[in-house]
Design a protein around this ligand. Structure first.
Ligand SMILES: NC(=[NH2+])NCCC[C@H](N)C(=O)O
Ligand SMILES: [Mn+2]
Ligand SMILES: [Mn+2]
Length: 377
């Protein structure tokens, strides 16, 4: 409730607390409220500096609409949510992608190679800049072919990164094994060093160099694995927790083993690539390749919380939200809100409560001074 007059703690006033940086409306409102009551929110312990990069791109698959993901996620209040968590948010805006003309399929199968290659080249630069600027990079897709550029750009700044890929799919086909021809089913194959003699040179991809080893990657949530992907998982020793392991072990053990594998011996930056189709389609239906039997809301958020708790998250992706595939407003809102929740939990929201808002509790005996009078609360 708004009070008639602003109330300041004794000996303080607006001049004693200059607002040094531009704040979001919500943070500003909270700050004002705190001022009115006479105490101030303290700096959060886990305050991240976050760089948001919108990647409105859909040519890694055939269903248009996923390019509307960043706008839908922003419209639903992502920046305000993150500011409310105490994050310092720098929004880099949306990238402007070029559709290459005469982009004929590679081998008559792989669609839009030049357009996908070029988009990922500019995403690489954007993510590298954001991380170089000192931000935790948050890339909003767009389809999951963007994983190439996001991980690649992150690796330019943090060559020792490891990768957690949360997805119903492995996205591990090579251009020679893909049955769909969609590059969103192939990004990881371009990133893994050990696979490079199996990757043909694709027009638009000459700039790509692999940046992780098979042991630097863990999958969580997979339940739709193509034959070639299974071959690669097994023969290259890639660690993965399918939905079967999530059922057998429980999500807590899955995360424990994930971190044991990736950061057990040595701490290093974590890249979290989160495909919204990892979550069960009954909860997040507005996506292009839904697969029944996915993560519950609680499992999905537990993964994000656990990654945040490592303190090592350095870049993340939230991809495959396709607003055009929602059959109702309710479906759209459910999917977009889950996307925002995944990002928020990855950046410090916690179900047990968040720390940091209060330095101390207000006491009834404290006195507060307005411009004209002293008030006892
Ligand atoms: N990012 C995604 N949703 N990928 C779905 C991939 C589906 C299938 N495995 C393919 O190669 O096309
Ligand atoms: Mn994916
Ligand atoms: Mn997927």
């Amino acid at each position: 409730m708004l009070m008639e007059q602003r109330i300041y703690k004794k000996g303080t006033g607006p001049a004693a607390h200059p607002e040094t940086e531009k704040m979001s409306l919500q943070r500003g409102a909270r700050h004002l409220l705190a001022k009115q009551r006479g105490w101030f929110p303290k700096q959060r312990r886990s305050a991240h500096s976050v760089g948001i990069i919108g990647a409105p791109f859909s040519y890694g698959q055939k269903r248009r609409g996923v390019e509307g993901g960043p706008q839908a996620i922003r419209d639903a209040g992502l920046v305000e949510r993150l500011s409310g968590l105490g994050c310092k948010v720098h929004d880099y805006g949306d990238l402007n992608f070029t559709t290459v003309s005469n982009d004929t399929p590679f081998n008559n199968i792989v669609h839009h190679p030049r357009t996908v290659g070029l988009a990922n080249q500019s995403l690489t630069e954007a993510v590298s800049r954001a991380v170089g600027d000192g931000h935790l990079s948050v890339m909003l897709g767009g389809d999951h072919s963007l994983g190439i550029g996001s991980v690649h750009g992150h690796a330019q700044q943090r060559p020792d990164l490891c990768l957690i890929w949360v997805d119903a799919h492995c996205d591990l086909n090579t251009p020679l094994t893909s049955m769909s021809g969609n590059l969103h089913g192939q990004p990881v194959s371009f990133l893994i060093r050990e696979l490079q003699d199996k990757i043909p040179s694709l027009p638009g991809f000459s700039w790509v160099t692999p940046c992780i080893s098979a042991k630097d990657l863990v999958y969580i949530g997979v339940r739709d694995v193509d034959p070639a992907e299974y071959y690669i998982l097994k023969n290259f020793g890639i660690r993965y927790f399918s939905m079967k392991e999530v059922d057998q072990l429980g999500i807590h053990k899955v995360m424990e083993r994930t971190f044991d594998h990736l950061i057990g011996k040595q701490k290093r930056p974590v890249h979290l690539s989160y495909d919204v189709d990892a979550i069960d389609p009954s909860l997040a239906p507005a996506t292009g390749t839904p697969v029944i039997g996915g993560l519950t809301y609680r499992e999905g958020m537990y993964i994000a919380e656990a990654v945040q708790n490592t303190g090592l998250l350095s870049a993340m992706d939230l991809v495959e939200v396709n607003p055009k595939l929602a059959t109702s407003d309710a479906e759209l809102n459910a999917t977009v809100n889950i996307a925002i929740d995944v990002i928020s939990f990855s950046l410090g929201q916690a179900r047990e409560g968040s720390h940091g808002k209060y330095d101390e509790l207000p006491t009834p005996s404290a006195t507060y001074t307005t411009n004209e009078q002293t008030i006892r609360l």
